[in-house]
Design a protein around this ligand. Structure first.
Ligand code: HEC
Length: 269
């Protein structure tokens, strides 16, 4: 049997555009949850944990992260997340919030972040990692502001171009790319609508909502987690946290979303 054809068939089943794509409210667990919780987002609790961490001296040097520059000056977090990833002259790299946080924990607080780097996300039912709570808190300081991921430095433009390339690169045992699942309008997998992330409109609906509280996991998840989990859905061996590929993809999504309102932390099924 033609392998490619059988994969193609499987993919068509998996990605079938539902003819009447609207899902009845009562079948949608997300809608039920929304009805129960109203406008409350459990992410607020995680934001508060992040705020406490932000204000607490830590690491061997017993200092806070107030000296950390997220691109707008040391300790300035208002609006900083909306402008990340960006180029940092002190490291010579394009960094996102999570890599910048790890960098500051290491250089300012003197922390050994190797364990956090290896395992940046909390297990289900376990306390959120420092990276997750701080991400929720710092992202919330950009709420209501427009996404403005810079494309000034050549490496920022390179990150966007490489992100676009990777988004369309077919790889892995199923020969999927990000675009396989995210480049058509109205696609869904079971109940989940798949945003068309290679368009401005699609990226704008998604980018500003991360980090987000994942109801299914009872935890706040960061945009790096989203990239890693989709790499898993793409059947890739794994996406290293803070890797150039991860940051390039985030830059690709962010730049397309420029101008959209930051609403993070969001709420996801
Ligand atoms: C096999 C299909 C598949 C592939 C390939 C895939 N994704 Fe996804 N993606 C999904 C599904 C399904 C969801 C919704 C997940 C959920 O709600 O649990 C999703 C959600 C997302 C979201 C969040 C949308 C929102 O809710 O804001 C982003 C961003 C994203 N994917 C990016 C990517 C990127 C980047 C890649 C390539 C590395 C990729 N995806 C590859 C299936 C896929």
């Amino acid at each position: 049997m033609n392998l490619r054809a059988s994969f193609g068939f499987g993919l068509a089943l998996l990605l079938g555009v539902a003819p009447g794509a609207a899902v009845a409210e009562e079948e949608n667990p997300f809608a039920e949850y929304r009805a129960m919780f109203g406008d409350d987002n459990p992410a607020e609790l995680v934001e508060m944990q992040g705020e406490e961490l932000w204000n607490t001296p830590g690491g061997p040097k017993q200092v806070t992260l107030a000296g950390c520059d997220f691109g707008l000056g040391a300790g300035v977090i208002a609006g900083a997340y909306a402008q990340l990833p960006r180029y940092f002259a002190d490291t010579g790299k394009v960094m996102d919030l999570e890599t910048r946080l790890l960098h500051c924990m290491e250089t300012l607080q003197g922390m050994d972040v190797s364990a956090l780097r290896k395992k940046p996300y909390s297990d289900q039912g376990q306390p959120q990692t420092e990276l997750e709570s701080l991400s929720a808190y710092i992202a919330a300081q950009s709420r209501g502001m427009p996404v403005a991921v810079p494309q000034t430095h050549p490496l920022e433009r390179q990150a966007f171009a490489d992100g676009a390339k990777f988004f369309n690169l077919r790889a892995g045992p199923h020969d999927f790319s990000c675009a396989t699942c995210h480049s058509q309008n109205g696609k869904r997998i079971r109940l989940q609508a798949l945003p068309q992330l290679n368009t401005v409109e699609g990226a704008r609906t998604s980018f500003g909502t991360w980090p987000a509280y994942r109801i299914a996991q009872g935890a706040v998840r960061t945009i790096e987690w989203r990239m890693a989990d989709c790499a898993r859905q793409q059947r890739l061996p794994g996406l290293v946290h803070g890797s150039k590929v991860a940051i390039d993809l985030i830059t690709y999504l962010g730049v397309q979303a420029n101008g959209a309102e930051m609403t993070a932390p969001g709420l996801k099924r």
